[in-house]
Design a protein around this ligand. Sequence first.
Ligand SMILES: [Zn+2]
Ligand SMILES: [Zn+2]
Length: 247
Amino acid sequence: MNFKGLASGLFSLFLPADCKICGKALEPLNFSYICENCWDRVKLLKMPHCSRCAKPFPASLASLEVPSLLCTECSQDSSPFKKIFVPTLYQGVMKDAIHLLKYRRKKGIMKQLEKILKVYFFQTDFPFSKFDLVVPIPLHRKKLRERGFNQAELLARVIATHFGLKLVKNNLQRVKATKSQTSLSKKKRIENIKGAFQFRNKGKFQAKKILLVDDVYTTGTTVREAARVLKKAKARETYIFTLARAS
Ligand SMILES: [Zn+2]
Ligand SMILES: [Zn+2]
């Protein structure tokens, strides 16, 4: 922890901040901006869901006990990635937490997100040995300067460190400053993201099995475009990891 972090940590010991979600006072030494009660409301994504893109299915399908079931979209198109791993849904406390991290730059949120990831890895027996490299979805340099960090890189770093995997962060680059995807239709998202990524050194990705990491999966246009670029760089297989997924 740097001096600034230490100082603000000490300060909040004397003057506990309130939970950014429910407004109750935070527990001592909780620097995650959200109280334990609110964090407890985050639940891991449950089956049944699409075995490739993790789109949740109606609970009634759980009784079918089919090991791999694809959603309509996945069964109709050839995806540039093999499968997505995603611990939570992008809603409620998780959505607020990601907003605090990204748009209000509350990096203390990462501590708790790290705990959630580790529970997910443990409970799902996460197949880390499948991957040669962990690659975060890059931010455009202008965005990176504004925010000061890339949240996808923070997540990728947690995964790489936890499993002793290699993190490659400067070889996939965002060369186009795209508009925010949030308010765009799916068609507009695809147009907006086209040509956004480039790879620098083909050799780095060639024949590799890659875990591509982003914070949120909404319609999947960003990770698809990045996976397509990795395919052009001759990656053998690309898997996706995102912290949360839109339902
Ligand atoms: Zn709370
Ligand atoms: Zn699917």
